[in-house]
Design a protein around this ligand. Structure first.
Ligand code: KG4
Ligand code: ZN
Length: 362
């Protein structure tokens, strides 16, 4: 890191605030510097795909060790690329949960040390809040409230995003998250890890109507999602030996998308109109999902907003941005206490009713 920059420090009051973000909650180690003017000054993302690929999924202990090895050099690279020193940053944001606890602790403890050393506020960010606000980093016209479909490896939720810190959960999964179902489908079909992009690619060569698969909870008045039955049906279809893998991938993706659209239609029919339909999280990188949601939004006279692909999967820019949003929303907010704990589970909407099976995974 270069030495402190007195000029930048003296200009601090005049310029937009800059937040350093750290993300280590799953299998991506990520660091970013973001301004409240929506500029990503520098960022690094190191995936751990190679480390976890032999196991077909993320191994928590391997993830935590990899974060510990990768984080310090990445912090240095980001600060160097931006030509900044820690003293030039206004706050340090890190994911404090939910996620794999070992990894979350690596990032949070590092951020605490930096905050203490540089005497800067610490912002302990909910990873889901990072995803939920990420569309506003890329789109300065996206106003609150919006209807958000948050689809990642650990979550599948519909949220009314009313403002910073104001999230009302309208639906969640009663069993598996959609990203998890993509990953398991990939494993069943022998496509390796990470599974979502591989299933999407294979589905391009398949017939989405070839394999009869269930659409769990489609048409139900219960607002939630369920993907466990779909995953088991994929396994049975594969084991029957009657179907081409590409047809299974395409039919799985089609069934999942129909569930997403059906559950969103129910949420829309149960709430006041929203100006925008927004998607975020790793599965939002899927083009078939994006185009189905785009049609749904058009049908309901809503804007459709999806972040660029790099902001859908885990990244630190969204964590730094959530920090910017929290600072801007509450001018009296001076940061979180340095003894704040890492939380393996941390619902965005603490008032939301527990549903059967849900919340088991981070
Ligand atoms: O948001 P994310 O990076 O991490 C979590 O917070 O979980 O989401 C990762 C999930 C994985 O399950 C991955 O397979 C899925 O997002 N994913 C996709 C695609 N890209 C990533 N699923 C379907 N299609 C994709 N193109
Ligand atoms: Zn995520």
């Amino acid at each position: 890191m270069n030495s402190a920059s007195p000029k930048a420090a003296s200009d601090a009051a005049a310029r937009p605030r800059i937040v350093l973000g750290v993300e280590t909650s799953c299998d991506e180690t990520a660091v970013a510097l973001v301004t409240e003017g929506r500029t990503i000054l520098a960022q690094r993302i190191a995936s751990q795909d190679e480390e976890h690929a032999p196991y077909g999924g993320v191994v928590p202990e391997i993830a935590a060790r990899a974060h510990a090895v990768k984080l310090a050099p990445m912090l240095e690279a980001v600060m160097d690329e931006a030509g900044m020193a820690l003293g030039d940053v206004d706050a340090i944001a890190a994911t404090a949960g939910p996620g794999l606890i070992g990894g979350v602790m690596v990032g949070l403890v590092s951020a605490k040390a930096l905050a203490m050393a540089a005497d800067k506020p610490l912002l302990a960010i909910n990873h889901l809040e990072g995803h939920a606000l990420s569309p506003r980093l890329a789109d300065d016209e996206l106003e609150f409230p919006y209807l958000l479909l948050l689809v990642s490896g650990g979550h599948c939720q519909i949220l009314n995003v009313e403002g910073v810190g104001e999230y009302q959960r309208l639906a969640t999964t009663i069993d598996d998250a959609l990203g998890e179902a993509f990953d398991k489908t990939a494993k069943i079909l022998g496509l390796g890890y990470p599974g979502g992009p591989a299933v999407e690619r294979l589905a391009l060569d398949g017939d989405p109507n070839a394999v009869p698969l269930p659409r769990p909870l489609k048409g139900s008045k219960e607002p939630h999602f369920s993907f466990a039955g779909l995953k088991s049906a994929v396994l049975r279809a594969h084991e029957s030996g009657e179907h081409k893998p590409a047809d299974i991938a395409a039919s799985f993706q089609q069934a999942a998308i129909e569930c997403l659209v059906d559950r969103l239609e129910l949420a829309l029919s149960n709430s006041a109109p929203f100006p925008a339909l927004v998607v975020a999280g790793g599965v939002a990188a899927n083009n078939a999902v994006r185009s189905a949601l785009e049609s749904l939004a058009a049908k309901n006279d809503m804007r459709f907003v999806a972040p660029p692909l790099a902001l859908c999967t885990d990244n630190a820019a969204m964590i730094a941005w959530a920090g910017c949003e929290r600072l801007a929303a509450d001018p009296s907010f001076a940061g979180d206490p340095l003894d704040i704990k890492a939380r393996p589970r941390w619902p965005l909407d603490s008032e939301a009713e527990k549903v059967r099976g849900a919340g088991v995974k981070a």
